[in-house]
Design a protein around this ligand. Structure first.
Ligand code: DX5
Ligand code: ZN
Length: 217
């Protein structure tokens, strides 16, 4: 458990992308905290989503913080561009780069918070040596690549281990979870120490998005 404030980051992968402006307005009204952009390159994951131009134009429509989840190989090549296009938090995957430290430095150099993500089968210990440098760890609770998948409960243990390690080191880090987050799964992730919940399908399929946001908090 963490006493950190619970924040909701809405994954727009699940929205009507042809009407992104009105979808963003819905998110503002529903009082989500961040907009989560799932950037996929068709190499790191078996799917292609959207990238820099979408962020750049979305940035002109809202003041909400942009939480950018890079599911791309060699993220170091693109971090500065994502920062310039409006990212506030940039999260990259530990499995996607040979130079995690350099990626963290690039995020910070360009004025962004730095997040490090691990896939479901990557051990929690992979992030330990970087905790002091990071603002956030993203524990994937589904295999990255697609929205609408079922939550993998074996990832709960990793959330707990990372929160415990951060507490031991006296670090007030954010732990984000992403994939299959609903009113049914959010209790367990929070109990184990996550404080930023990404949700796509659950929010965009809800009849009342504000209520859905409240149910996660
Ligand atoms: C998966 C993405 C997620 C995901 C969230 O690769 O990182 O952000 O689409 O969507 P739901 O809430 O539908 O699992
Ligand atoms: Zn994501």
């Amino acid at each position: 458990m963490t006493d950190k404030k619970i924040l909701v980051s809405a994954s727009i992968l699940g929205c009507d992308l042809a009407n992104i402006e009105s979808e963003i307005k819905r998110l503002e009204k529903a009082k989500v905290d961040y907009i989560h952009f799932d950037v996929m390159d068709g190499v790191f994951v078996d799917n292609i989503s959207f990238g820099l131009p979408v962020l750049k134009s979305a940035k002109t429509k809202t003041d909400m913080p942009f939480d950018v989840h890079l599911m791309i190989t060699d993220p170091e090549k693109y971090i500065s561009e994502f920062a310039k296009c409006g990212a506030d938090i940039i999260t990259f995957h530990s499995e996607a780069t040979n130079d995690i430290k350099k990626c963290i430095e690039l995020c910070k150099k360009h004025g962004c918070k730095a997040g490090l993500s691990i896939k479901p089968n990557t051990p929690a210990s992979e992030v330990f040596e970087y905790l002091e440098l990071l603002d956030m760890v993203l524990v994937m609770t589904v295999e990255p690549g697609f929205g609408g998948q079922g939550f993998l409960s074996f990832t709960l243990e990793k959330i707990r281990e990372i929160r415990q390690k951060a507490d031991e080191l006296g670090l007030d880090i954010d732990i984000q979870v992403d994939g299959g987050i609903t009113d049914k799964t959010c209790g367990e992730v929070k109990k184990n120490g996550a404080n930023i919940l990404v949700a796509g399908t659950y929010l965009f399929k809800a009849d009342d998005m504000s209520k859905a946001v409240k149910s996660l908090k």
